[in-house]
Ligand binder design. Structure first.
Ligand code: NIG
Ligand code: FE
Length: 418
């Protein structure tokens, strides 16, 4: 058994108490000034102050230990909401948006998500998976060690399965843990315009069974929004997905308050995502039901919308997670440090709250907390070394990644030469 020691680090980690961190625990970090980590076969064996971690270790293990030179050591980021499988960018649409055309209007004209659908239809699995891999590699350099990726630019059985196959293939070629999500109900395809219920029938009767047979996606998502899918359609699909043993979640109350947050609470979703327009009472219902609120501040930034009410959520004991929502339309960024910066400066989260949101709570939001998200004994040694003296550097060093080394299961997978 090969034991690897990392010493002379300033360690900051959320504390996993067996459920997502909410209220006061949202900003609670364990901290070891002269910290050390002992890793055996990719798993954390010991963590704490140097004296305690080094006790009883062989002279060889200590001598071969890696000197972290006083850098900050934190868990790898878990990005729990991305659309990183796509075939083309949408810069033309970005220009339209900044000139004033609303996001949903572009979609209603057959652009937006539907333009990504056309691009995906014209790409094969190899092209899609190569593109996905590029996205993953970029995110890895910014410290993402676990990532959720959705389908949703297929919108028919063949292309949804193709996307999931590409996500699965990319996942086998990267050290990053990939969690694939089926998002067949991401938009109403043009041939189903005005017939959303019939499209949901197709998703339930044809796509879901095919996705289950394919065996790649363990989660199901839907975009509930005005002009897209209703709450009743969301309930119908997610209940079916739940019966098939999938973890369920939804794009909820992104632009309008349709009650998506309330639906998430009602059906026991693992998370509800976006929530820019969610009502106070539905936030309370989510907190009571233990649903994680996955907030996507880079989407509010890019769509120039008011940010989600993180302070109010934390005040209601609703556990908050953070994600990039990386996609070619509403939020084109792979950077979790950027997202943390927005959360701290524009949503008034403290750096500690944002760190918990981007690691442990985001691991809970995709069912990965048993493996990762905090530096607890028995979890994977997924961690980062950061420049600077505390995780506040993530927000403070704006627009630049302070991530200098990335470790996945104890192996160094990124290193910035200094
Ligand atoms: O989370 N809102 C729906 N889906 C994505 C955007 C996808 C796209 O524009 O391509 C989102 O914002
Ligand atoms: Fe999204």
């Amino acid at each position: 058994m090969q034991a690897e020691l990392f010493r002379n680090a300033r360690i900051f980690t959320p504390i996993d108490r067996g459920s997502p961190c909410s209220g006061e625990n949202q900003g609670c970090l364990a901290r070891y000034e002269d910290g050390a980590l002992l890793v055996v076969e990719g798993i954390i064996e010991r963590i704490g102050g140097e004296e305690e971690v080094l006790a009883g270790l062989s002279a060889e293990t200590v001598e071969n230990g890696y000197d972290c030179k006083g850098l900050c050591l934190i868990p790898g980021f878990v990005d729990p909401h991305t659309h990183n499988c796509f075939a083309a960018l949408r810069e033309d649409e970005f220009e339209l948006r900044i000139a004033g055309t609303p996001y949903l209007e572009i979609l209603s004209r057959g652009g937006g998500i539907l333009s990504s659908v056309k691009a995906v239809a014209g790409a094969d699995v190899e092209q899609l998976s190569a593109n996905t891999l590029l996205q993953i590699r970029r995110a890895l350099r910014f410290g993402t060690t676990t990532m959720e990726i959705k389908s949703g630019y297929g919108l028919d059985t063949e292309n949804e399965l193709k996307m999931l196959e590409a996500i699965g293939a990319a996942g086998r070629l990267t050290p990053v843990d990939i969690v694939p999500t089926f998002l067949g109900a991401h938009a109403i395809p043009e041939i189903y315009r005005g017939r959303a219920d019939e499209f949901i029938d197709l998703v339930i009767e044809e796509m879901l069974p095919a996705v289950e047979r394919q065996g790649i996606a363990g989660q199901c998502d839907i975009f509930c929004e005005e002009g897209v899918f209703s709450i009743a359609q969301g309930r119908r699909l997610l209940e079916e997905a739940g019966k098939r043993g999938m973890q369920v979640k939804l794009h909820a109350d992104e632009v309008h308050d349709l009650g998506g947050a309330g639906l998430a609470a009602e059906i026991g979703a693992v998370s509800a995502d976006h929530l820019l327009a969610a009502s106070e009472s539905n936030m309370e219902a989510m907190a009571a039901a233990g649903v994680v609120a996955t907030l996507l501040p880079a989407t509010a930034y890019s769509l120039r919308k008011p940010y989600a009410s993180a302070r109010s959520m934390i005040g209601k004991e609703l556990a908050v997670a953070l994600a990039t929502d990386c996609n070619p339309g509403s939020s084109y960024t792979e950077s979790m440090p950027f997202v943390i910066g927005l959360a701290v400066l524009n949503m008034e989260m403290s750096p500690a709250e944002a760190l918990v949101a981007a690691t442990l709570n985001s691991a809970y939001a995709i069912g990965m907390a048993k493996k990762t998200g905090s530096l607890d004994v028995g979890k994977q040694a997924d961690f980062l070394l950061l420049e600077g003296g505390s995780p506040a550097i993530l927000a403070y060093h704006a627009g630049v990644s302070p991530v200098v080394e990335v470790y996945k299961k104890g192996h160094r997978v990124f290193f910035e030469s200094r």
